[in-house]
Design a protein around this ligand. Sequence first.
Ligand SMILES: [Zn+2]
Length: 258
Amino acid sequence: MNTSQDSASLAGEAYLVLRERILRGELQIGKVISRRKLAGELGMSLLPVSEALMRLEFEGLLESRPRAGTRVRTPTKEDVRGHYVVREALEVEAAKLFAEKATPQEHAEMQRLAARVDALSTQTDGNRFLYLSLHEKLHRRIAECTRCQPLCDAIEKNHVLASTWLCTPKPASAGPSRGHQNLIDVLIKGDPRAAAEAMREHVAHALKNTLQRLEPYFQMGQTNGKTYARSPKRSGQPEAEPDSARDSRTANAAKNGN
Ligand SMILES: [Zn+2]
């Protein structure tokens, strides 16, 4: 392997490690990434780590400012609304196709999965990652049952961006939910129009919950924006986490992650 191939494979490794940490919620919104520290931790030079950060920034998971470094992207309301416009378009289409194409075995599988997701939806922190994984699986399986691979790929890609938002601590739940079981009950009836409408409502509910949950971060984004501009440090090496509104997080009574 020549040097540039080495660097590319190391960059790929750094990319996967960082992406996993972001998706698992270990690196939360607004968290500053020190490329020097990361390079030391992974036993790499700065070059592959920088390449990995650029790739994650391109995918929308990170953001960077000149002289301020790179951090996990703090979403704006426009980011969130835009994401849900795309999610609605994709998942309403998936629901219609699911109603037409899913088999009775798949119906039964989805009912079991929806029951598990609903049972876990009242969890706040402990099983949050399990809930998120199963929830992602449920929406992915709906797409897979359409037998339309490009639609599955688009839904998965769109989901990755939102995963940093969903890893934020969940406010206290209003109680047990049948949200996903109700959705699946409609989808397995085989009526594409009813399926589309049920999914549209599900996604609209998810948008409302996500906006509520991220409200402290929208404020933090404004604060951090100022912090970034005012405290230029040595090139690309911020070590301190920006002052954030993390501790003053309000617990809006959003019902469930959707
Ligand atoms: Zn959902």
